[in-house]
Design a protein around this ligand. Structure first.
Ligand SMILES: CSCCC(=O)C(=O)COP(=O)(O)O
Ligand SMILES: [Zn+2]
Length: 215
């Protein structure tokens, strides 16, 4: 009986309403303006729902999502013309790399773009703020870095760079930054992914303000 109930819940699970809420909130913060960014959430069968490409992220509806299956096949609920996000390969790579990931969120902010130019290398040292605990690093004065990747017109190249680097060494934190583009986070729940976006954006805002203040 209990198992039946669990099966029913899992069959009826649909993360799209929560994804719409998150996108609308990120849009209001100025992190998903226009068509920028993409959000996805994994389903019990290993497929994931992801925002359709080119959709206005401040006014999504359930028909603006596409379901992507592990074999690469896709299903758009109503409109055949809805295509999965152009950055789907990044989400697929994240789900392949991190078995526990249930959600992957990507947004564009002014601060993230500024911070991505603070350093020429492939990782950004993060300031030892209390907020870093929110990314799972429970250390005093944490010596934490965020992986930084070059942006490419061909998104599968970014996805391949992420896979190559993270297969060699897993990142300290569940977040990465693409230069002149934006941050991507992943988490074991949609709520946690939303928190990670808020925390990383707080850290970027702090870093921009600190540089301006000469700290
Ligand atoms: C103005 S957004 C440019 C493409 C991008 O970086 C993005 O995050 C949105 O692409 P999508 O295909 O997911 O709409
Ligand atoms: Zn993007």
């Amino acid at each position: 009986m209990k198992q039946q109930l669990l099966d029913t819940v899992s069959i009826n699970y649909d993360p799209r309403v929560e994804l719409i809420g998150a996108a609308s909130y990120f849009h209001a913060q100025g992190w998903m303006l226009g068509t920028a960014g993409n959000l996805s959430a994994k389903m019990p069968d290993g497929s994931f729902w992801i925002t359709g490409s080119g959709k206005s992220k401040g006014k999504l509806s359930q028909e603006d999502f596409v379901r992507v299956y592990p074999d690469g096949s896709i299903q758009a609920p109503l409109e055949e013309s809805v295509k999965p996000s152009a950055e789907t390969s990044i989400h697929s790579s994240i789900y392949e790399l991190f078995a526990d990931a249930q959600a992957c969120y990507h947004v564009h902010s002014v601060d993230a773009n500024l911070v991505s130019n603070f350093i020429k290398g492939d990782e950004i040292p993060l300031p030892p703020l209390e907020m870093i605990k929110g990314l799972g690093i429970w250390e005093e004065n944490p010596n934490c870095v965020m992986p930084l990747f070059d942006n490419h017109l061909k998104v599968p190249q970014i996805a391949s760079d992420i896979k190559t680097r993270f297969l060699a060494q897993k990142p300290q934190i569940p977040a990465l930054l693409i230069r002149n583009h934006g941050v991507t986070v992943w988490a074991n729940s949609l709520e946690t992914a939303r928190n990670y976006i808020e925390i990383t954006e707080f850290v970027f805002r702090y870093m921009v303000a600190a540089r301006k203040a000469g700290i």
